[in-house]
Design a binder for this molecule. Sequence first.
Ligand SMILES: *Cc1c(COP(=O)(O)O)cnc(C)c1O
Length: 401
Amino acid sequence: MEKNEYLNAGVSTKAVWAGEKEQRVHGATQVPVVVSVAYGYDDMDEWYDVAIGKKFGHIYGRNTNPTVAAFENKVRILEGAEAATSFSTGMAAISNVLYTFLRPGDKVVSIKDTYGGTNKIFTEFLPNMNVVVTLCNTGDHEAIEAEVKKGCKILYLETPTNPTVKITDIERMVKAGKAVGAIVVVDNTFATPINQNPLALGADIVLHSATKFLGGHADALGGVACGSKELIEQVYHYREINGATLAPWDAYLLLRGMKTLKLRVLQQAKSAMEIAKYLEKQELVEAVYYPGLESHVHHDIAKKQMRGFGGMLSFALKGGMDSVKVLLPKLEYANRAANLGAVETTYGPARTTSHVECTVEERKAMGIPEGLVRISVGIEDVEDLIADLEQAFQHLAKNIK
Ligand SMILES: *Cc1c(COP(=O)(O)O)cnc(C)c1O
């Protein structure tokens, strides 16, 4: 465990400094990428003490690694947690947390709009091991409370959600979860620790796909879970045996990306707000979903629990998928891809990205229009992004079916 917790420092100071000094060597100002798989000991007693956890040290790369430890500590301090452990991907963080605590016969309550992979665990893998999963309509707080009240082992939340950026009231859900002794888990990937700290709102475990905003450059995969020492030690134990270990090189890239986390997230949120307002004025846009807009169904909850509204928004085009096919290829400053949270602006239709596994009817039932486009706003100059949209909309106006 790290000595310097940076308790009095601001969030960007933490993002730059936390977790690093303890891992530096030879006076280097940066954390080294330690690629060694094993760590040797000449003293047999010392080796034994490290192996049984009596003394701190590294034994084998699947368990711990100095570069990975720096990454874990940085996120831990940003989330204000006692402990953190990391994973090879965000999905590994999610599945390992769930499998650590769930046993046959247990019940999970969650929402319908979780990340696609998470939804697959809920609808496919957990039922296979006789875990009962109840998925409530996202944003229907009464329905979630009613389900939780019947008893559950885990209350699993994600807020904001993909792709219509719905918000769940974390404090209110924590109250319901605590009343029945549930472990409350929150996927904080969209919000980032810059905009929201679920642990401070009472949640037990906060997790991230570090692949997205934490890394920020779409060049490294990773996941992380933070919480109390008691819970995280159990998750770590499952992960060290299960083997979904974060690789040192990815840990380094994520560490480097995180130093600019606040700068990026603030700019992305500012630009997202301007783009949302621009889109609201477009004739060919049916609806805009951004929690920063007063028109958003959960604007008040977002205002209450988030420090900023984030860089994710979506909009529905008139003319559905036909219009999407005309508009998206016209954009210059755009990756048309399934990723999000990167420095480059990324566009993707829900039909092809977050909800590719759903049928047209399922998407309709979830309130996802066929012409829905998700934007992960990058750090480009917002004037350029809006001008780019403007020329694409002019093209669509001339070519709409
Ligand atoms: C991408 C994502 C995940 C999964 O993360 P991977 O690193 O791709 O495994 C989980 N939750 C959310 C909200 C995501 O956006």
